[in-house]
Design a protein around this ligand. Structure first.
Ligand code: ATP
Ligand code: MG
Length: 292
């Protein structure tokens, strides 16, 4: 019987959330002793726990059909392999946000990336950096480093760096300043584009629809409220991501109950705006599972 394989990061920034998504899809695993391979018990999907850098290569080499990895690494490997079309991004996952940014020493008098023309840039993402700079018409010398990129300007091995930034604290600690964001990244689900047999394709479709359900549920809220019947259009317009709410009459009242699944984040400002057009008894509930 066919089984699918998904590669996720073994230990690092993406590990916990990747596993959480799989668990929320209702998957349970028997862990092998070396913990690098988890056997899926109720659904024929096994997990490979690896270094994040290996995930795109494993997808391209046909070792697994699915992988959760940062777009930064996926793009880097795809470019390294000449824009390989052996894998495709199926879904951004909404975590692991960071940017690949150009940064320069705090005291360097420079205001735009174009001034880096001809200078040396240290990075762990040589292909992606070269590609993004080339698109801006800037040609630089790329100094490839596997880690500790932020110390390169201090050591005199490069004038600037292109590195991943989320809060900017590492840059500040190394007396660097962010010059320009080159690329916005987050974790994403990648899928092989190799042809797979019908049975595997069926499993893949089932898994993808569960993941879609999990992610939609995580983003969604179920909102219930009471409102004057004449405010229905205004209320519908104020509910984020809702087109067709359910409407119910309230016994012995000229008000109605409105129930709706909001597909976008519901903020306090939304609730205050609803109240202002006559809504009352507003409840916002989490959605646990969803299958469209
Ligand atoms: P591995 O041992 O698996 O190779 P790693 O040290 O290369 O781990 P992590 O530091 O865990 O990787 O980062 C994994 C991914 O998390 C990055 O590729 C990126 O997509 C994302 N990420 C989010 N924020 C940051 C950040 N501030 N710095 C680096 N990566 C970040
Ligand atoms: Mg890595």
């Amino acid at each position: 019987m066919s089984r699918l394989r998904v590669a996720i990061q073994k230990s690092g920034r993406l590990s916990e959330r990747s596993l959480e998504i799989l668990r929320n899809c209702g998957l349970k695993f028997a862990r092998s002793k070396d913990k690098l391979f988890w056997y899926g018990q109720d659904f024929p999907l096994d997990v490979l726990l690896v270094r994040d850098d290996d995930i795109p290569r494993m997808l391209l080499d046909g070792v697994c059909e699915l992988g959760i990895v940062g777009e930064n690494i996926a793009r880097e490997v795809m470019l390294e392999r000449n824009g390989s079309d052996g894998m495709t991004c199926r879904r951004k996952l909404g975590f692991g946000h960071c940017h690949l940014s150009l940064a320069v020493p705090e005291n360097m008098e420079i205001s735009s990336a174009s001034e880096l023309q001809g200078l040396r840039i240290a990075t762990s993402y040589p292909s992606l950096t070269r590609d993004l700079l080339a698109k801006k018409g800037i040609s630089t010398e790329i100094v490839e480093l596997s880690g500790s990129v932020e110390i390169a300007p201090g050591l005199g091995t490069a004038e600037a760096i292109a590195d991943l930034v989320s809060t900017g604290s590492t840059l500040r600690a190394n007396h660097l300043r962010e010059l320009e964001v080159l690329f916005d990244s987050q974790a994403a689900l990648y899928c092989t584009t190799r042809s797979i047999d019908d049975e595997k394709q069926g499993l893949l479709d089932r898994f993808l629809s569960r993941i879609e359900g999990v992610l939609q549920a995580a983003e969604s809220k179920y909102v219930m409220l009471h409102a004057p019947r004449e405010a229905l259009d205004k209320i519908t317009a104020l509910l984020p991501g809702v087109e067709h709410p359910s409407i119910m009459p309230l016994e012995g009242s000229d008000r109605i109950a409105i129930h709706a699944v909001c597909g976008e984040t519901v903020f306090w400002e939304h609730l205050e705006a609803l109240k202002a057009v006559g809504a009352s008894a507003i409840l916002v509930l989490p959605v646990e599972k969803m299958l469209a």
